[in-house]
Design a protein around this ligand. Structure first.
Ligand code: F6R
Length: 352
């Protein structure tokens, strides 16, 4: 059941602290600052990584791919439906990672099968024990989020991000105690967001907007895409997500005083450039909602602040996304949408 929540989506958003604890269980090793993923024993540092995924899982893969690249591994991310092993160099040195909550998405299974045929090593990162992806790949890592009933992926996205962050360290051996400490803190930090979020107030304020924009740079860019996808799916309203630098190359033309812009302003190295992009939309009169771990520094640029706790620079996007999930949920709720079963959508898409 929904345990007293109006929707599975809200229940699942609230289950995230537990889901993340499960994902972490037994994997980070404080003693030697390493990450061990038992089910991946024997899998070595790959020369190249290709991520293949769809929808929300693709956004998690974009986030994960950056972590791998930072570890010096040549990494690309593909929408599974566009993965073409005849056109893209894939060989035995390539690890092809399918990120798929259900493990039954036809596009992703198709990409993994093609990779298998060509002799690449394959790995699925999935939530469902014994799913097709798990059965058909050389290796499987479980995200352990528990069943997700709402069609919109929420807790599984956070768990995918954490799983991929761990995977990037497990396969490269490069970890630190700061990284592990920050990972361990995430479940409580997510809980504190759930306990204090002002997302419902922000949703009330902007429920009548024409469209919603989401912008972020670097590790936050995939979360901007995910924020927009979630908004579209469950509210049926126009939403766009961009790496913030792209705004001025076209989409800025759509920005008016009726398009709130959710801006991921976390205290990382891109803060200056992000503020520049925020000024671009501010000067068109757009309301700014800052999702930030440095509220004092951004308050003058924002109409609303959705605060997240301070964390490792790599994990701020995981926390920022929780606020975006809540905003979409509360907008959809205000609009009386069919939140757990949006029109035209199915939980797992088994056709190509
Ligand atoms: C969005 C959503 C979809 C799925 C996509 C892939 O909320 O749920 O975009 O993420 O269909 O599904 P999986 O991860 O099961 O392969």
């Amino acid at each position: 059941g929904k345990s007293g929540y109006d929707h599975y989506m809200l229940k699942e958003i609230n289950e995230q602290p537990h889901a993340l604890r499960e994902c972490l269980r037994g994997r980070p090793r404080e003693l030697d600052a390493s990450i061990e993923i038992d089910e991946l024993e024997g899998l070595e540092r790959p020369e190249r990584v290709h991520f293949v995924a769809c929808g929300t899982s693709y956004h998690a893969a974009l986030y994960g791919a950056r972590l791998f690249r930072e570890q010096g591994i040549q990494t690309n991310t593909f929408l599974a439906s566009e993965y073409d092993v005849d056109a893209i160099p894939v060989d035995e040195g390539t690890l092809v990672v399918g990120v798929t909550q259900s493990g039954e998405t036809a596009d992703t299974l198709g990409a993994l099968r093609a990779a298998n045929r060509i002799g690449a090593e394959t790995l699925s990162v999935t939530n469902v024990v014994g799913c097709s992806a798990a059965r058909e790949t050389d290796y499987v890592m479980y995200i352990r989020a528990g069943p997700e009933i709402g069609v919109a992926a929420t807790k599984t996205f956070a768990s995918q991000q954490v799983a991929l962050a761990m995977l990037s360290r497990a396969l490269t051996g490069a970890c630190s105690s700061a990284f592990i400490k920050a990972l361990r803190a995430l479940p409580d930090q997510v809980q504190s967001i759930l306990d204090t979020s002002q997302a419902a107030t922000v949703a009330d304020e902007y429920v009548d907007a024409d469209a919603y924009f989401f912008i972020g740079r670097g590790y936050n860019a995939p979360v901007a895409l995910e924020g927009a996808l979630k908004m579209k799916e469950i509210t049926y309203k126009h939403a766009e997500g961009f790496p913030a630098g792209e705004l001025k190359h076209g989409p800025l033309a759509l920005v008016t005083e009726r398009t709130p812009v959710f801006s991921m302003l976390t205290g990382d190295s891109n803060a200056e450039k992000m503020l520049g992009n925020v000024r671009e939309v501010e000067s068109r009169g757009a309301p700014i909602v800052a999702v930030t771990d440095v509220p004092a520094q951004v308050a003058t640029h924002a109409d609303h602040v959705l605060e997240i706790p301070n964390t490792h620079r790599l994990f701020a996007p995981i926390l920022a996304n929780i606020q975006l999930q809540l905003v979409s949920y509360w907008v959809a709720n205000q609009l009386g949408r069919s939140i757990d079963k949006p029109r035209n959508l199915a939980k797992s898409v088994t056709v190509e």
